[in-house]
Design a protein around this ligand. Structure first.
Ligand SMILES: [Zn+2]
Length: 96
């Protein structure tokens, strides 16, 4: 494939739009991943919440398997960043 072909430009724009969608879903999910059906308790009247299988976390709800996988990766990365920053903050507070 040569540079500047319309197909390449189109797929680049599509990829950018996909990434933006994945990023928006990731941030929204990371900020509030609580299962809405059981408010994060994992319990329902009949026992275990069917929507989250009892773990209290909402399923990642977005169209397209590729975007869903990107969202899972980004959410995982956001959790890792938050955890490493928390460890850094704890270390600094302990050293005072
Ligand atoms: Zn639930």
């Amino acid at each position: 494939m040569q540079r500047g072909e319309p197909v390449e430009a189109g797929s680049g724009a599509r990829r950018k739009k996909c990434d933006e969608r994945a990023l928006q879903h990731s941030l929204a999910y990371w900020l509030d991943s609580t299962c809405k059906a059981c408010a994060g308790t994992g319990r329902a009247q009949a026992g275990t919440c069917a929507a989250c299988s009892g773990n209290g976390e909402a399923p990642i709800d977005c169209a397209g398997g590729f975007v869903r996988e990107r969202v899972k990766d980004m959410v995982s990365e956001l959790h890792n960043i938050a955890a490493s920053q928390a460890r850094l903050a704890n270390r600094r507070l302990r050293s005072r």
